[in-house]
Design a protein around this ligand. Structure first.
Ligand SMILES: Cc1ncc(COP(=O)(O)O)c(C=O)c1O
Length: 452
């Protein structure tokens, strides 16, 4: 692996406390795979999610971006942006290796086998029947959402969101010159529910779309048939198009259920929606830039298609096709492993981090942590006010907590204030990593907070 900008990976491991971690993983050194070494073979029929897979120096946002922001003296355990630390499913690596044997990278003619892989995957795993004629490829869920927003929501109009909501939605709205109409969810003891009366009250003459996130990033709700039907009925009645972002659909914790919006029994509701999906969360293929959207409504699809520009890359298509055609077993095991990570976080926080509150979510690989007591203890509100005054740009208390955790606990997480109304007092921790890395991050947090 090339050294990145002179980054000393051994220094990183030491500063983040990962030397012990890597040692404990039985390698005694950086994993050979990081240097393009041996392929990731299943252990018997089990895949290995336990071995720490070092991503530092690969120009990844989760680890390298925060090093660039904070400097390599304070390298923290990367628990922020939503991708996974695991080695890719072997079927993906195999397909990529095979394709790279042919050394020409000219324009790609998307093969039918890719469309078939998407259609079959959705049918096999979620009982969705997608008409290939009403399936549109995109370079990500964001580009698809942006095309739909540009189609249905004129600049200056409002888009309905149940909040706290994924920060990327706000960027999409800004890009399309739209305003968020935020409906704060009800929260009782860490469990979130949509406030339906408030949601409907917020629909104005200039509200043409609602972005639904199922499972919901960052709170992890897997919306029930009743929730989805209620949203669908309301939107149909009030002429609001439902844009259902179901990118996190594969990550459902024990006892939870993912209900695709497109499987609701009321077909009028379904026809008033477009669903956006990808394999990018499920198989950590986000930089491969491939996703898709579909609807039963040919008119909606034709109109959005006119605003959608897609250019798949050859490697992106090959990786995604392999994942969808052959990755079921790997994904099932990854989901079970992450469910175990959620349990681990729940018991660890309960036993050892009294200043943080956490309730295991129904879905996603994200832990939505209540850090309001930490904010009080370290005086983040005053610090934020001071920092805002000095920099001239608004700094939130959660940003101050983010800095505090990087500096004092060597853990990097996402600041709750990025998730809109209701995000204050929270941090989002991505737990799609090896149990050892997770344990290191939690141990670091416990250690830092004990001294307060
Ligand atoms: C709810 C949600 N939608 C979309 C995305 C990003 O989609 P893409 O990378 O396919 O554009 C994310 C990434 O975290 C997400 O959480």
């Amino acid at each position: 692996m090339p050294q990145n900008a002179g980054l000393n990976r051994r220094a990183f491991l030491k500063s983040a406390g990962m030397t012990a971690l890597v040692g404990a993983a039985g390698t005694g050194a950086l994993p050979a795979a990081a240097a393009g070494g041996a392929s990731f073979a299943p252990l018997g029929s089990r895949y290995d999610f336990d071995t720490v897979y070092n991503r530092v120096g690969t120009d990844c946002v989760k680890w390298d971006q925060q090093i660039r922001t904070y400097g390599k003296e304070t390298i923290a355990v990367g628990m922020g942006i939503a991708d996974m630390d695991f080695r890719a499913a072997p079927c993906i690596t195999r397909a990529l290796q095979e394709r790279t044997k042919h050394e020409n990278w000219g324009y790609l003619d998307t093969p039918r086998s890719y469309i078939d892989a998407i259609v079959n995957w959705n049918n096999r795993r979620y009982g969705l029947t997608i008409n290939p004629d009403l399936l549109v490829l995109s370079n990500g869920v964001h580009p698809g959402l942006i095309a739909a927003l540009k189609t249905f929501s004129p600049p200056g109009s409002r888009v309905l969101l149940a909040t706290p909501a994924y920060d990327g939605f706000y960027s999409d709205l800004t890009f399309c010159q739209l305003k968020a109409e935020e409906s704060l969810m009800k929260e009782i003891n860490g469990r979130y529910a949509i406030d339906f009366e408030d949601l409907e009250r917020r629909i104005g003459h200039d509200t043409n779309t609602l972005i639904l996130c199922n499972p919901h990033n960052p709170t992890g709700n897997c919306w029930s048939v009743e929730d989805l039907t209620r949203i669908g009925e309301m939107c149909l009645r009030r002429r609001v198009v439902v844009l259902a972002d179901e990118i996190h659909c594969d990550f459902v914790t024990k006892g939870g259920t993912y209900t695709p919006f497109a499987t609701l029994p009321n077909k009028d509701i379904v026809r008033n929606s477009i669903t956006f999906k990808a394999a990018s969360k499920s198989f950590s293929l986000s930089a491969m830039k491939a996703a898709w959207f579909f609807s039963d409504n040919a008119d909606y699809i034709a109109r959005v298609k006119a605003n959608n520009h897609v250019d798949l890359t050859t490697l992106g298509m090959v990786a995604n096709r392999a994942a969808l055609a052959e990755g079921d077993d790997w994904l099932d095991q990854a989901v079970a492993y992450i469910d175990g990570n959620h349990d681990f976080v729940e018991s660890f926080v309960k036993e050892r981090i009294p200043l943080i509150k956490f309730v295991k979510p129904q879905g996603t690989y994200l832990a939505w942590l209540d850090v309001s007591e930490v904010i009080n203890k370290i005086g983040s509100k005053q610090q934020a006010a001071e920092a805002s005054k000095q920099s001239g740009i608004p700094v939130t208390p959660e940003t101050m907590v983010q800095r505090y955790f990087v500096k004092s606990a060597k853990v990097h997480m996402s600041a709750g204030s990025a998730y809109g109304l209701g995000g204050s007092g929270h941090m989002r921790m991505n737990i799609a990593t090896s149990r050892k890395t997770l344990e290191l991050a939690l141990g670091n947090l416990a250690g830092a907070l004990k001294t307060l």
